[in-house]
Design a protein. Structure first.
Length: 319
């Protein structure tokens, strides 16, 4: 096997190991940002794109299609690539699969992963990201991205994981995400998304992780949540949710992590929570209106050491 092919396989395995390590950490856990320089130009003008195109010709790249290359170049331009913490290889190496944070599967020549975690990206995500038609994993948390999440995300039919937490995105969660039948992990927490969950989210029965905490979304539709029967992680902390906890959450029997903390929830814990036998983490803290006793089955999970239960700042009776 050629050394370049071996290097690509090694890089792919290394990236997957890192990604799996991140997934093994506490679900929807906060990221502590490293101080970085501020990106002064939030959006790069089309003239800059033309200037970049004049110095870097995507028709000459190896490993991926010119169209995918243009998608990556647009991402670089729109998010202030010259100011990233690490932009090794970008627009200098003619093999984009060697660019920092870009990975391609060794058995075909398409971009499958873009991971630029905590890398000082600013500006907005460009619509040209739809050119990455084979993208499976998009990891851009802990940056300074703003503006709306492009609706064209719905064109990325192979997308399985999207993590955009700890940015400054505004507006709605794109309705188009509901059409992505392979998408299992969504983390949009700690942004400024301020429109209720789109109804199309209920079509994503394959979802396993949904983290939307620290966005002013308001109360979600309980019937929409009930449809997400394969969820293992659900983070709805700090979304401005008032009222009682809906019984429909008790139908999500595969849940292992559930975070409803820092809201304005009231009343008793639904008896249906007794069926959440896979829970290992349940956060209800800082909901002063919650009262009463927990279901006996929940207390049993705490007693046998399976469940980490957080109820400080509530009126819930401890187990």
């Amino acid at each position: 096997m050629k050394s370049s092919a071996k290097n690509r396989i090694y890089r792919h395995i290394r990236t997957l190991v890192l990604f799996l390590f991140l997934l093994m950490q506490a679900a929807c856990a906060p990221i502590t940002p490293v101080p970085t320089a501020t990106v002064d130009q939030p959006v790069v003008a089309a003239t800059t794109m033309r200037a970049i195109s004049a110095t870097f010709d995507c028709d000459l790249v190896t490993s991926i299609t010119p169209d995918e290359c243009r998608g990556l170049v647009a991402l670089y331009a729109a998010t202030g690539g010259a100011n990233w913490n690490n932009n090794d290889g970008w627009l200098t190496d003619m093999n984009p699969c060697e660019w920092k944070g870009v990975d391609c599967l060794p058995d075909h020549e398409h971009v499958t992963l873009v991971s630029l975690v905590q890398n000082n990206l600013g500006g907005t995500l460009p619509n040209e990201i739809m050119r990455l038609q084979w993208l499976r994993v998009l990891l851009l948390p802990a940056n300074s991205l703003s503006g709306p999440i492009p609706n064209v995300m719905g064109e990325l039919k192979d997308l399985e994981t999207i993590h955009l937490s700890h940015n400054s995105f505004t507006g709605p969660i794109p309705e188009s995400l509901g059409g992505l039948g392979k998408l299992t992990d969504i983390d949009l927490s700690r942004n400024q998304l301020n429109v209720p969950l789109p109804s199309s989210l209920g079509d994503m029965v394959q979802l396993e992780l949904l983290c939307l905490g620290s966005n002013p979304l308001g109360a979600p539709d309980p019937m929409l949540l009930r449809k997400l029967r394969n969820l293992e992680t659900l983070g709805l902390d700090g979304i401005g949710w008032s009222g009682e906890i809906p019984v429909q959450l008790g139908f999500l029997r595969r849940l292992t992590h559930l975070d409803l903390s820092n809201n304005e929830l009231t009343g008793r814990i639904p008896f249906m929570f007794a069926g959440l036998e896979s829970l290992t983490f349940l956060a209800l803290s800082q909901n002063t209106g919650l009262t009463g006793a927990l279901p006996v089955q929940i207390c049993s999970l705490v007693a046998n050491g399976q469940l980490d239960l957080l109820i400080s700042g509530t009126g819930i009776t401890a187990c």
